[in-house]
Ligand binder design. Structure first.
Ligand code: UD1
Length: 346
């Protein structure tokens, strides 16, 4: 059986790192990976391939462009690849990014069976591009690989057949476990002069937070306030930095005394910072799961999550982007009064 996995962004790379290793001696499955090029910086892509030890077999090299152009270009180039170089029996798409959507549509047009890894997750928030990407991809899929029970329940409600659903657990956490020794050895704490449990790690990049001036102004107010009492580390995503510069706001935070504004980090460094942080403040999807596995308190600045298990039993909570509420939870965590969490199955 010929299988083609399509990846495009940082979290996708992490979710597929163990597949080739698992299938190394398989005579039944020929597995190839294609990278669309949605994430293209050395710091957002190449460093992940080298650390995670995965080598894409094909690159589509799409241009950095609007979401629409990227989706269109991925569809065209994937069709060329499939017609001329490698015709798979199954295409596997991952997560909820624009590359996922584009490849799902291409698979459908080319009449190739589609499997979705991390399927069935729903935030019920259609203002987020990822939610529509998830819904459309699942509509086009025939095989569903599921990470948590809400995914299973959502797909059943949407009329999928039980025979198509496979509860495989979280492959992002499989990667985390596989690379634990390298993560533990990483020197980022010394490099940034940080001590375990004495700093807050931040990641903010959602369009809903950073694409509008008001969201960015709020972010800056929060950073300035936290800077008075907390050590902060903020690896800043390309989208966030672009917007801060566009709205002429970058200068107002670049010299805050306790804030280390740094470039996007490689996988090992980021995980090392994550598992030693006092807490994390984020608007990411995957980080809610990594913090749950590591039992690190996670304050997610969103009104909803597509990964409810991280709130139900994990160490994640959803809160509004308001300094008073953020402070209330920081105090709880400092005083050991934050909820006790456990690690979900698989
Ligand atoms: C994408 C995903 C999001 C995921 C995130 C992880 C979609 C809809 N969103 O968001 O779900 O959480 O990846 O990081 O697919 N850029 C660079 N260098 C890069 C990559 C991007 O400068 O290597 C720039 C792009 O040119 C663009 C901006 O960052 O201006 C946003 O990139 P894009 O790929 O559109 O989405 P993300 O915000 O990264």
């Amino acid at each position: 059986m010929k299988v083609l996995i399509v990846v495009g962004t940082r979290p996708n790379f992490i979710k597929v790192s163990q597949f080739k290793k698992e299938l190394k001696n398989s005579t039944l499955i020929d597995l190839k990976i294609v990278h669309t090029g949605q994430h293209y910086d050395v710091k957002m892509a190449d460093v992940f391939f080298s650390q995670l030890n995965i080598k894409p077999d094909f690159y589509l090299n799409i241009a950095p462009n609007s979401a629409c152009s990227q989706v269109a270009e991925i569809m065209i180039k994937l069709e060329e690849l499939i017609l001329n170089q490698y015709k798979p029996d199954l295409i596997v798409v991952v997560g909820d990014v624009n590359s996922t959507l584009a490849a799902a549509i291409a698979a459908n047009k080319l009449n190739i069976k589609l499997a979705h890894l991390e399927s069935g997750l729903r935030s019920r928030d259609r203002t987020m591009p990822e939610e529509l990407n998830r819904i459309i991809t699942d509509e086009l899929s025939e095989v569903f690989f599921i990470t948590e029970k809400s995914g299973y329940e959502n797909l059943i409600k949407e009329g999928k057949n039980k025979d198509q659903l496979f509860m495989v657990g979280n492959t992002m956490i499989d990667s985390l476990i596989a690379f634990k020794p390298e993560i533990e050895k990483n020197e980022i704490l010394n490099k940034l002069n940080l001590k375990p449990k004495e700093y807050i790690l931040l990641t903010i990049h959602r369009p809903a937070t950073v694409d509008y001036e008001n969201g960015l102004i709020n972010l800056i107010e929060v950073l300035k306030d936290l800077n008075k009492t907390e050590m902060l580390v903020f690896p800043i995503h390309p989208r966030t930095i672009k917007k801060l510069i566009e709205f002429d706001l970058y200068d107002s935070i670049k010299n805050l005394k306790n804030l280390q504004l740094i470039e996007p980090l490689d996988y090992f460094s980021f995980q090392k910072l994550l598992c030693n942080a006092k807490l994390i403040i984020t608007d990411s999807g995957g980080i809610q799961e990594e913090t749950t596995y590591e039992k690190i308190p996670c304050l997610t600045l969103r009104p909803n999550t597509e990964r409810p298990i991280t709130v139900e039993i994990g160490s994640n909570i959803l809160i509004p982007f308001e300094i008073n509420i953020i402070r209330k939870y920081i105090n709880k965590i400092t005083n050991g009064e934050f909820k006790k969490s456990s690690i979900p199955e698989l």
